[in-house]
Structure formats: C-alpha cells, structure tokens
Design a protein. Structure first.
Length: 345
C-alpha cells in the first residue's frame, strides 16, 4: 500500500486561499498576522494533519532545534532522573533531545560523538567515560557547544555542571562517624573518573578533620563488570563478594561508606553473615539515595543527589552558550544533601 503524501505548507495555504508566507507567519505566531487568522490557520493545519518540516526549517534558521544528550548508563537512578529533567527543560525551550548511551565504553563514546557531528545538533550535554577522554574535542572544533555533566574533563575548557561530591562525602562522613569511630572503610567504584577521585578526596578530608590516621582507613575498589569494553550496571553482589572476603567479627570497620546504594545492599548482607549488626557494630553510609534506600532494614543513611537541579542548570547553561558562544567558561558544582536514617545510629 502506497504511503499517503505528506501535507505541506502550500496545501494549507491553498485550502484557505492565503499565501504560504502568511500561513508560515501564522503558525510561527508572528505579530504581522491577526489573532483570527492565526486561529484559522492553526485549525486547518490540525485538520489536514500538517507537521512542519524540521529539516527545511533548519536550512532557513541554521538550527536543528535538537540537543544531544550522551549518558553512560540510564539504569543509574541519578542519570534516569537527569534525563527526565533535561528532556523537560529542552521541550519547554522548543528543543528535541537525541539520547545516546555509551555504557562507559570509549568506543561507544567515539561513535556517539561522530553521530552527533553527522546530525549537526545545536549543542551537547555529555557524561564523559574517563578523565582523559579527548573525543569531545571534535565537537568543539566543529563549533558545537558542549556542557559536561557529572564528570569533569580537566583542561578541556568546557562548561561543567555536576555535584560537589568531595564536600558531600567529607561532611557526611564527619556527621556519621560519632564517638568511638576510628576504623573507616570506603567501598569505591574502580572507574577512572572525576567523581570517584572527588569522593576519595572527600573521604581523606574527613579523616583529617576527625583526626584519624589514614593507615586506619581503607579505600577498596569494587570490580566493575565489563562486556566487550562496556561497563555493566552496579550489582550488590560485587560489593558483597569483596566485603565478605574482608569483614569478620574481629576485622571490620566502625563506619563503612559505599560509592552507591547498591553497594550498601551487598555490604549489609556481608555484615549480617558475620554475626554483626548495622549500626551497632558497623555504621553504613550510602551515596545516591536510590528509591529502595529508605525501605531496607535498617533504613540507609545516604547522600541525596540533586539530579533535577543538575539537569535544569545544564540545559540553562547550554542554551546560554548557544546564544553567546564566546562567554567565559562556567563550572557549577551543586551541593548534595545528607539524608540521615538508622544505619548510622
């Protein structure tokens, strides 16, 4: 069956006996057209099923009205909320969003950047795979504005919106430690990214503030599952396997910090299996405030990340960069909130 022919601007104009220019101005809401004519044109366009040709419009305006969004893994609750915020803000500004997922693979990241270059998006919001990632230079060289999300790439001169993870961890550890806490462990992700570096720096800042020697603290990297170079979503059993091999009744931290709340789930099981309890023997502090954090036993003290605020700030910054390409670089680090529950006493 042949596909029906697309309704054009000229079809709407011919039906109403108006010029194509008048119909175009009416649909664009221009002041040169009366309110009655705008209503008439809008109603007829809707009746005929007319949809503006975005490609033709981009040839005239020089804009595609599309923003690229590059995310490592949308199963991460923070990124899932970030995607929703970015789409909402872009839609309000008249932009569509082209979502590309890299799964923390350098190969997928390069492929995503090339796809964005071919599409000719007006701007890009992106989460880089590693600290040294340089594939983003191609977008800047093509004159496409880029705002980095969550992970900073030092020295690239790109705008950045993320979380002040270092201060969040430092403050949360100090507040969660309490009297008698001397042995503190951090279960961290084994990724070479700025977020991990910031959390470790915050952990060490907290040790200094608490007067705890770094020899009494451990930073333990939880192995990440990878398939063909791509990182798989966090799994509680990865943290469990590591914690179960280290934690005993005679060898355990007084406070355990996890890089995400999924790791806390695994740590809870390892602690219980040793005959220890949370928080009497081991206090546990998570990161992310994932949806289940308030419902495990005991409810998890964790750090809530401002995903909605980050998405809103990033879109606002990108639109400003599109309008003013030569404006100075902006770096925004948003504060996170400690949500205190029973896992820290």
């Amino acid at each position: 069956m042949a596909r029906s022919q697309r309704v054009t601007l000229r079809d709407v104009a011919d039906r109403l006996g108006l010029s194509a220019n008048t119909v175009s101005r009416a649909l664009a809401g221009k002041d040169q057209v009366s309110e009655a004519t705008r209503a008439l044109v809008s109603a007829e366009a809707k009746r005929l099923g007319y949809v503006p040709n975005s490609h033709a419009r981009s040839l005239v305006s020089g804009r595609t009205m599309v923003v690229g969004l590059v995310i490592t893994n949308p199963s991460n609750p923070f990124y899932a909320a970030l995607i929703s915020a970015v789409e909402r803000e872009c839609r309000a500004a008249g932009y569509s969003v082209l979502l590309l997922v890299t799964e923390d693979s350098a190969e997928n990241e390069e492929r995503a950047v090339q796809q964005l270059l071919r599409f000719g998006v007006d701007g890009v919001l992106g989460v880089a795979t590693e600290l040294s990632s340089d594939v983003w230079d191609g977008l800047s060289e093509a004159g496409i504005p880029v705002v980095q999300l969550s992970r900073d790439i030092p020295g690239r001169g790109l705008d950045f919106v993320g979380i002040d993870a270092e201060s969040a961890i430092a403050d949360a550890v100090v507040r969660s430690a309490g009297p008698g806490v001397r042995r503190i462990w951090l279960l961290e992700e084994d990724l070479r990214i700025s977020t991990v570096a910031a959390r470790i720096a915050g952990f060490r800042r907290a040790l200094d503030r608490l007067g705890i020697a770094r020899e009494q603290a451990l930073v333990l990297k939880v192995p990440t599952h990878r398939t063909s170079g791509a990182t798989q979503p966090w799994r509680p059993d990865d943290a469990y396997a590591l914690a179960a091999n280290l934690i005993t009744r005679d060898n355990h931290p007084d406070l355990l910090i996890t890089a995400n709340d999924y790791f806390a789930l695994g740590a809870y099981r390892a602690i219980r299996e040793c005959g220890l309890t949370v928080p009497d023997d081991v206090r546990v502090l998570g990161y992310g405030d994932h949806p289940f954090a308030a419902y495990i036993q005991p409810p998890l003290t964790t750090i809530r990340l401002p995903a909605d605020e980050a998405g809103t700030a990033a879109v606002d910054l990108l639109l400003r960069r599109i309008a003013e390409p030569d404006r100075p670089r902006t770096s925004t680090r948003l504060p996170a909130e400690l949500i205190e529950r029973r896992s820290t006493g």
